[in-house]
Every structure is written in C-alpha cells, then in structure tokens.
Ligand binder design. Structure first.
Ligand code: MG
Ligand code: ZN
Length: 370
C-alpha cells in the first residue's frame, strides 16, 4: 500500500529537467514574463533589420544575450515551429509538427497552463492565425499542427485572458463540427470581438477576458499595411497587469519573419523584422517602468539560410538564400543554426550562455517559482 502513490498517473507531466535553485534566481524573481518569439529570426534576419535603418534597433538595448540549440527530438537537426514552440512552452524536445505534446505524443503541461494554475493572467498575441503552430503550442495538445479546428477547441479548455491574432474562421466556420466557439466563449464570460486588424485602434478593452480577431485566417504582411503588432504589444501587458495581482505570462509572436524566409524575399524579412522590433520597443517601455517584468526575445529557428551579400549597403540589403529550396512547396527550408536569446529585467542574467531551447522553459518556470 505504501508504494501506491508512485503509481498515480500524472496527466500533463512536465519533462523539464529543472533549473537548480540558485541565489541569483531567488534575488531576481520577475512577477511578469513576456516571451517574444520572432519566428524564423536568425542572426542574419536581425542584421538585415539593423542595417536597413540608420537608427538603432530596440534589440540593441538588451545587454544579456545567449544562444540556444534549436534542434528537435528527431535525428534531423532542423526544427519546425511546432516542435520549436513546444520546447519553449513545455521544456520538451519533441518531433516536428508536435503541438504541446511530447515525443511519445502524450500531452505536456505548458508554461501558460502553469501560470493559469498559479493565478497569473495569461495572453497570446500573434501576426498569424492564433491556431498556428507557435501560439497553439502554449494552449493546445495535438499530435499534428495541421489540426486547426482541434487546436481552436483547446482555447475553451483554458482560461487565457487575452488573445490577439487571426484565425476567426476556425472558431466560427468549422467543417469538423457545427460548434461556434466564439459563442461558447461568450457564454463563459469572454468578450469575443474583431474581424479585421483596423478595428484594434479604436477598440476599448473591458476588464473581461478578451479574444480580438485581427483576420479570418492569417493577417496581411506588414508591407501590405498590417500594423497592429506594436499596438498589441503596448495594449497586452497593461491589460494583463490589471487582470491579476499575482503577475502575468504573455507570449508575443512576430510570425511572418519566417514567411519572408520561406518565400526567399529580403524585403519581406526586413519589413517583418522592423515591425517586430518596433513591438519590442513598446514592450521594453512597459518593462522599464514596471521593473517587475522579464522580457525574453528569441526565435524558434532560422529560415532560408538567409545571408547578407556583398553589394549590400546601409538601407539597401541584398539578401541571398541557401540552396535548400523544397521543389514540392517552392519554399526555402528552416536551418539548424544557433539562435540568439535577448533578456531584460529581473532574472535576465539567467539567459547568458549557450543552452538547449528547452532551457528557456526551465528558466522561466524556475524564475516564476512554479
Ligand atoms: Mg510561428
Ligand atoms: Zn517556417
């Protein structure tokens, strides 16, 4: 009988190795963590953003910088965005296409779920559909990233306080069932609003949990007029701060830097990079005043084998792409290069050095004290 407790199965088990308790961690605990993910943002993408302007990037304001190893659980060293985001959300190396599940396909508990359980407010902001791999990996547990309608249903199982992104159609015009998830969320007390990004400027947020849709599916690229991410970066921390005295966890994704890489378009990369950096500026402004907020900026992987070629000048980047185009999709692949991590605020010192992508989860969890 006395060994019975060992047999109790743990649903949503964590596969974190855990960060050892460290006096620095105890002395420097943030109340809030904002994790910013520039999808596909390697060093060349950052460099292109930096040299495309005459003014400095907000990223240059960070003084704690580390590198993470982005590879997934597969033998292949190159990750996709689902496995990459699951490494951050759960601390698990998993297979490509896995959303919030371990390599054996069982669910893993995410940092957002830990935060909710501990009474913190939580939020997700993205410039893709909110059911897409990166944001999805913080709330959903599905075997494959393509299951957008299944992923949308997971938002009903969480108490996430704020969502801003595209993907309204997977809530309201579903083919796998006749549910209207927006209506179901309203019954749970949520505000569910928005159908285009333009409405965000004039929207007055209430104190209730809010889902703001910026598009039916994916929002536009920044160079075709999308400009809500910096605004969302300003709104979201202030909204979440009011929602809980215990603190908040917020993930903000610059989703389309990756798509510029897949398309092999330097201008697309640069405009998305600069839009993301502007958002970083808004978040840093909040964190500087708040003094209790840790800001972490990183990427899941690099996309395109992107390089800045000779002939480039300040303000005029001539980009090249590695010879890795997939003939089936006519799209450039991700690469397996080390990925930079920038940290600011209480606990930032923990992010110097070279470590696994999963260590970002371990460090956030330890700093929150979960
Ligand atoms: Mg993404
Ligand atoms: Zn990609």
């Amino acid at each position: 009988m006395k060994y019975l407790f060992l047999l109790v199965p743990v649903l949503l088990a964590s596969c974190a190795s855990g960060l050892k308790t460290h006096t620095d961690v105890d002395a420097q605990k943030p109340k809030n963590i904002i994790l910013m993910i520039g999808d596909g943002m390697g060093l060349s993408q950052i460099s292109a953003g930096l040299y495309s302007k005459t003014t400095a990037l907000h990223l240059e304001e960070f003084n704690v910088i580390g590198l993470h190893k982005s590879y997934p659980a597969d033998k292949d060293l190159v990750t996709d965005s689902a496995a990459g985001a699951t490494a951050f959300s759960c601390g698990c190396k998993t297979y490509n296409a896995a959303v919030g599940v371990k390599a054996d396909t069982t669910p893993c508990k995410t940092i957002l779920e830990f935060a909710e359980e501990n009474g913190l407010a939580t939020g997700l902001v993205a410039t893709c559909s909110i059911e897409h791999a990166t944001p999805a990996s913080f709330v959903a547990h599905v075997k494959h990233r393509d299951k957008y309608e299944d992923i949308a249903a997971y938002f009903l199982k969480t108490d996430v306080d704020l969502l801003i992104g595209g993907g309204k159609k997977y809530f309201e015009r579903r083919s796998s069932d006749s549910r209207n998830l927006s209506e179901e969320l309203r019954k749970k007390g949520y505000e569910v609003t928005g159908s285009t990004e333009n409405e965000l400027k004039d929207y007055r947020f209430k104190e209730r949990n809010t889902v703001f849709f910026t598009a039916e599916d994916h929002p536009l690229p920044a160079d075709q007029g999308r400009d809500y991410l910096p605004l969302a970066g300003k709104i979201a921390p202030r909204f979440l701060k009011k929602k809980s005295d215990k603190g908040f966890f917020l993930m903000i994704e610059g989703s389309q830097i990756d798509w510029g890489g897949h398309a092999g378009k330097t201008d697309y990369i640069v405009s998305e990079m600069n839009d993301f950096d502007k958002t970083i500026g808004e978040v840093l402004e909040f964190a500087r005043k708040d003094k209790q907020t840790l800001v972490i900026v990183t990427a899941d992987h690099e996309t395109g084998g992107f390089a800045i070629l000779t002939g480039s000048t300040r303000g005029n980047i001539k980009g090249g792409f590695a010879d890795i185009k997939d003939p089936k999709t006519d799209s450039y692949h991700h690469t397996g290069t080390l990925i930079p991590v920038f940290a600011y605020g209480p606990g930032a010192a923990q992010f110097a050095g070279i470590y696994e992508n999963t260590a970002i989860f371990d460090k956030m969890k330890a700093l929150f004290g979960f």
